[in-house]
Structure formats: C-alpha cells, structure tokens
Design a protein around this ligand. Structure first.
Ligand SMILES: *Cc1c(COP(=O)(O)O)cnc(C)c1O
Length: 431
C-alpha cells in the first residue's frame, strides 16, 4: 500500500527467521497496517474518488510517478486518484502476487479488461501475436477480430503442440512481422489440453534469443491458478486471471488480474492509468476476503472433483470423462502435467453416451448442481457448451475441438462430495 512516506505501513513480514511463510498464511494480513486505519483489523473500503496531498510538492512527485516521468513505470509514491490506485487495490495486488512469488501484479474490472489492456499495451501496427488455441471465446475475438482492425495479425497453434511444431510456428510468425506477444491459455477450454510452457519458452529462446527484447509469454491461468499451476516457474512472464472464477470463488463478482515481471507490467500499468479499468475498491475488498480461503476452497473442490470423476468414469451411461487426473500414463500430456501442475483442478468435461437429448435430460434433472456457465465458485455448475458458450463456433471448428452435443461441462464446488455423487447418479438415471 503506497501512502506518503510518513504513513508507510510497517514492512510486511514474509518470513520468521529463515522460515518463509506460506501464501495461505499471508492472505490474512499482508500489506495492511491496522495502525493506518484506526486499528481496524480488516482494511476499510476506501470509497473515495481522490486523495488529499500533504504538500503541493507531494502532488507533483506522485504525478511524476503516474506519468512515468522518471521511469517509475506509472507507479506513484502515494495515492492520487482512484483511476490510478487505491488502498484496497494495492493491498489486493500485493497479496495476489505472493501466490506465484511474482514481482508485481495489477487488478482490473474484469478478466477481459485485463486481457484487452495487456494486449493493447504491447501491440503496434504490423505486429503479430502468436497464440495457442482454443482460447476463451472473448479473448479469441480480441485477437482475431479487434486487433486486425489496427493492423495486428496472429498465428495460432494447437494447445498440445510439440517443440518441433512450436519452432515452426515461431519461424512462420517471424516471417510475418515483429512478434509482440506469445499468448497462451492452459488448460484449453473445453478440451482441457495443456500447453507445454517450458517448450514454448525454449522455442522462443531459439527463435528470438539474439534480439534485445524477447516477445513476452503471457498465459491465462484461470483454470488451475494460482494454486495448481504457477506458469511463471516454467518460463512465462505474465499470468492472466479472470479473478471472477476460483480466485473470487463465490460467483458474486467480476474482476481480472495480471501477475508477473515488473518491467512488463509497468507498460500495462501506464495503459491502465490512461484507459481506466482498475478493479473498484468494493470488489477489491471482496477479493481480499476470497483470497483468505483460496487454498481451503480450491483444495476441497479439487478433492471433490477427484471423487466425482472416479464415480462418473465407471458409469454405464458415460462415454468419457475429460479430467486432468485421468491423463494416459506415459503420454505427452501426462508429461506436461507432471512438470507443470500440482493438481487436476475441479473443472472437467463429461461426455454422455448419446447427444443433446441426453445432455439436456441430465442437466434438467440436477438438483444440487446449478445449470449455469462460469466456473470456480463454491457451488457446482454444469452447462452444455455446444448449446451455450460455444453455440456461435462454426460446426467444423466445434467438431475439431471435440465440442459435441453430448458434452457437459462441470465445475465442482465445495459441497459434500457424497451429495454431489448422489445428485449426478440421480441425473444419470434420467438420461
Ligand atoms: C471467464 C474467463 C475469462 C474472462 O474473464 P471475465 O472475468 O469474465 O472477464 C478469461 N479467460 C478464461 C479462461 C475464463 O474462464
């Protein structure tokens, strides 16, 4: 939390002696000094549009920060105006970065605001964006429809691409223009295919190693982060979040975040200072509350998913369960999983025997699980991608992605696993 020098909070403790504190411990107090807020144990919500400077010289110094006058990267020494910064957002950003041992973090009014601001901060006319596919539909729209209006083009590759395929993709992209960014999403939705981030980083080094600035690798880590995957450790520079999902975790807010290298996120901060799109103080406060239970919630949801998937896999009306815990031993995807992930998550694909009729009968009979799109909340959600989220995807592409009419997408919550199994068993009876 950056306030004027005299009001700076006590140094946040991240260690006791040599013992490094776990993120789950730090979420309760890190970055907030009660002495700055009348002893309040929890940070108040700072509902103010602007902040009072002690002296005119402070205002000048802070604005020099906001406008990057001396290379501060848009970060001011003190609080200025709520489009730039605020206490709630700064504490939230300090806590969010801890999960990945990252240098810095920025929060936004939605996942898509984070993604749009990130891309706009890096692209120039004539550039190329390399991306894994499939991507979240709105992200794909930005890269494939909006950026081309400004002369920015793309080269895509399938999420599971090998090192050899990646080398070829990098060469193709280089031939088309300056590569502004390598944008990944893993696991891909709804196929659950993992991207080999280590292979992408190695292919980038081979293709661009002689250049002064490597194109940054950004990765949408919404499905597994920040608990089960930490792609910065595999060579990514920026992780991207829809905080609406597991991080928010209660299906009651919309927000986004970027976590990663300071030098790169400074460019995004300058763009956010200009365009707006910062997370509002109330949502930031709700996210801080959510982060206190992030590990508990995600751990329980992950354990539930494991039990539910074990039940579904053997059911006679089920064709297949696309769950990261069931990767074929010795396969390339299993190898990526071993190197990149510490848990299989709680969002998976259930393929029923049959088609739309069977999928709809199943969805319409569920009692605990709610029929809604989205994921990562405390409650279990189920939907039919072919008829809902991916309805507008052309038939051939849908077939190539395995988005068939019998596919039900499920995000498991923190209910009692035994109750969920009874709910699914009952719904399968109706199929
Ligand atoms: C939901 C989602 C987004 C978009 O986030 P919003 O918060 O809805 O703007 C981006 N990527 C993935 C993987 C998502 O699931």
């Amino acid at each position: 939390m950056s306030v004027t020098e005299s009001r700076r909070p006590k140094d946040a403790e991240t260690h006791i002696g040599n013992h490094k504190l776990d993120p789950s411990t730090l979420m309760m107090g890190y970055g907030f000094d009660p002495a700055l807020s009348e002893g309040s144990l929890k940070p108040p919500i700072f509902l103010t549009s602007t902040f009072v400077f002690d002296k005119a010289a402070d205002g000048k110094r802070f604005f020099e920060g906001i406008t990057n006058k001396h290379g501060s990267g848009g970060k001011a020494e003190g609080l200025v105006y709520s489009r730039f910064n605020g206490p709630n957002q700064e504490i939230l950003e300090d806590r969010l970065k801890i999960w990945e041992d990252a240098e810095t973090s920025l929060t936004f009014s939605s996942g898509m605001t984070a993604i749009a601001t990130l891309l706009l901060a890096f692209v120039r006319p004539g550039d190329v964006v390399i991306h894994s596919g499939p991507l979240y539909a709105a992200t794909e729209s930005i890269i494939n429809k909006i950026l081309p209006q400004f002369g920015v083009h793309y080269v895509d590759f399938p999420a599971g691409a090998t090192r050899e395929e990646l080398d070829e993709v990098m060469a193709n992209a280089k031939a088309k223009g300056r590569v502004a960014m390598i944008y990944l999403e893993s696991p891909a939705n709804p196929t659950n295919v993992l991207v080999d981030v280590e292979a992408v980083a190695a292919a980038r080094a081979a293709a661009f190693g002689d250049e002064a600035e490597l194109p940054p690798i950004a990765i949408d880590n919404t499905f597994l982060g920040p608990l089960w995957a930490k792609p910065l450790a595999q060579g990514a520079d920026i992780t991207v979040y829809s905080l609406t999902k597991y991080a928010g975790g209660h299906s009651d807010l919309v927000a986004g975040g970027l976590v990663g290298k300071q030098s790169l996120l400074d460019k995004v901060r300058l763009m956010r200072n200009t365009m707006g799109g910062i997370c509002d103080p109330n949502t930031a406060w709700m996210l801080m509350r959510s982060l206190e239970t992030l590990e508990l919630r995600m751990t329980r949801a992950g354990e539930n998913a494991e039990k539910v998937c074990a039940f579904l896999r053997d059911h006679p009306k089920v064709e297949k369960v696309g769950y990261l815990g069931f990767l074929e031993e010795g396969s390339r995807q299993a190898d990526i999983y071993e190197r990149h992930c510490t848990g299989a998550g709680s969002t998976f694909s259930l393929y029923l025997k049959g088609g739309e009729r069977e999928a709809f009968a199943f969805l319409d009979t569920l009692k605990i699980a709610k029929l809604a799109v989205s994921l990562g909340g405390t409650e279990t959600l189920a939907s039919a991608p072919a008829a809902m989220t991916h309805l507008s995807v052309p038939d051939e592409r849908r077939a190539a992605l395995g988005i068939s009419d019998n596919l039900v997408r499920i995000s498991i919550g923190v209910e009692k696993a035994e109750d969920l199994i009874v709910d699914f068993e009952n719904a399968l009876r109706a199929v």
